[in-house]
Ligand binder design. Structure first.
Ligand code: 5GP
Length: 175
């Protein structure tokens, strides 16, 4: 409760970015406050402790917290990136955006069959990115055990899209 309040006071709401009508949540002020960052990590670690064998972070804000979560849990951290950034061999997944589509990738073999995986990103909106990440994990014979986010946006049906993975979903705060 106290953590939620501190985050609400810290995260900046930027109107009309990156396009008119969008309220962008800027998480970067969290990194100006090391104690707050530490408490955010501790909260996310508590959610996943003992429940996952690997953490996947989604480019790029998912890395800022994901790697710290993985180190604290003492499990591997695997990058999920926009296409064309990771060297081969990679596994790819295409997904639809509001206009057009995008592809995300991960290095083949870094996620192991049978692993219980946490997928982490800073923010859940429509769930399109996270859903594609979950498909990448399943393609490699692993299971998505958990999803975690700092922020969940209400009214965009993101959580609805993740239901089919039968995984736990957690966000620290909601807008
Ligand atoms: P989705 O695929 O769920 O619609 O979008 C989530 C992705 O977009 C995440 O990778 C997230 O980082 C990014 N994103 C969308 N809107 C925002 C926002 O307002 N603030 C931040 N920090 N990231 C956003």
């Amino acid at each position: 409760q106290e953590l939620i309040k501190r985050l609400e006071e810290t995260i900046e709401n930027i109107p009309d970015f990156p396009i008119p009508g969008i309220q962008f949540k800027d998480i970067s002020p969290i990194f100006l406050d090391p104690k707050l960052y530490e408490d955010v990590i501790a909260d996310l670690v508590k959610f996943s402790k003992g429940k996952v064998d690997a953490v996947c972070g989604i480019e790029s804000r998912g890395y800022l917290f994901g790697i710290a979560i993985a180190v604290a849990l003492e499990v591997p951290f695997v990058l999920i990136r926009k296409s064309g950034k990771l060297p081969p061999p990679v596994i790819s997944e295409k997904y639809d955006l509001e206009y057009g589509s995008a592809v995300i990738e991960t290095r083949e073999g870094q996620i192991k069959p049978g692993q219980r995986v946490l997928i982490h990103d800073d923010l859940l909106a429509t769930g399109g990115t996270t859903e594609a990440a979950a498909k990448l994990v399943e393609k490699q014979g692993a299971t998505v055990a958990q999803f975690s986010f700092l922020i969940g946006l209400k009214g965009l049906n993101g959580e609805e899209k993740l239901k089919k993975f039968n995984a736990e979903v957690y966000h620290i705060l909601e807008y």
